[in-house]
Write a protein that binds this ligand. Structure first.
Ligand code: 13P
Length: 263
């Protein structure tokens, strides 16, 4: 039994039109109906209305992939917390490495978005993690320190957020961190949170692992004491794979009757 309730979240990234997204969640819903962990799908903004409707009455919570820090105003192309909340969005990914790499997201903007999301009653899933160059240069802890100190600055109760540790070199590469690497680094993040925030909150905060987590390696990763869940990219786009990860502690989805289009 895990100390903290695990949270498995799919990050669809820029995949699935609204129609495709609805078909995917309709396939996932019955497969994860008895899940013991918290299940979330973080979908493209334009899919939110249709997917929200399809998720009604299910045990899958809805998440977004970004949120702006201002309440409203002249920010062309951006989406506010109130817009997300109107559709029942509960979670929002903030500071994904792809946003940092391609869209100029910094620890400062991550911080502003995180505080705004919390203020609006959304649960931020804040992504942190080092690049390959940083790991090989022995800078992993420095990078995480900076991302925590600046990105999470001013949060009074850190246990209200979810942290996703996503080593950049493991994202979409098929190169998963070893269970020991992921466990050790997440343990370091928790220790740092205890120092910067409070030890009790650090004990409670859920820290996911993300980066090539799949149906084959989820059980071993989830067996590690520090790992409280996963942020799943590629494998969240396939109903059977995502459901297998969600049901990692129930023997996967073996024995379940799958609709023939999923076989
Ligand atoms: P992959 O699972 O495709 O490696 O992506 C991980 C990720 O970036 C989730 O946010």
């Amino acid at each position: 039994m895990k100390q903290r309730t695990p949270i498995i979240a799919g990050n669809w990234k820029m995949n699935n039109t609204a129609k495709e997204g609805v078909a995917l969640v309709n396939a996932v819903k019955p497969l994860v109906a008895d899940a013991k962990c918290k299940v979330v799908v973080c979908v493209p903004a334009i899919d939110i209305p249709a997917v929200a409707e399809a998720l009604k009455g299910s045990n899958i919570a809805l998440g977004a992939q970004n949120v702006h820090f201002a309440e409203k105003g002249a920010y062309t192309g951006e989406i506010s917390a109130a817009m997300l909340k109107e559709y029942g969005v509960k979670y929002v990914i903030i500071g994904h490495s792809e946003r940092r790499q391609y869209f100029g997201e910094t620890d400062e903007t991550v911080n502003k978005r995180t505080l705004a999301a919390l203020g609006a009653g959304l649960v931020p899933i804040v992504c942190i993690g080092e690049t390959l160059e940083e790991r090989e240069g022995g800078k992993t802890e420095n990078v995480l320190d900076r991302q925590i100190e600046t990105g999470l600055k001013g949060i009074d109760d850190i246990s209200k957020i979810v942290i996703a540790y996503e080593p950049v070199w493991a994202i979409g590469t098929g190169k998963t961190a070893t269970c020991e690497q992921a466990n050790e680094t997440i343990g370091y993040i928790r220790k740092k949170c205890a120092e910067v925030f409070c030890p009790k909150c650090a004990e409670k905060v859920r820290i996911q692992y993300g980066g090539s987590m799949n149906a084959g390696n989820c059980k071993q990763l989830m067996a590690m004491p520090e790992i409280d869940g996963g942020l799943i990219g590629g494998a969240s786009l396939k109903a059977v794979d995502f459901a297998t990860i969600v049901c990692y502690d129930q023997g996967g989805i073996q024995g379940m009757k799958l609709p023939k289009e999923l076989l």
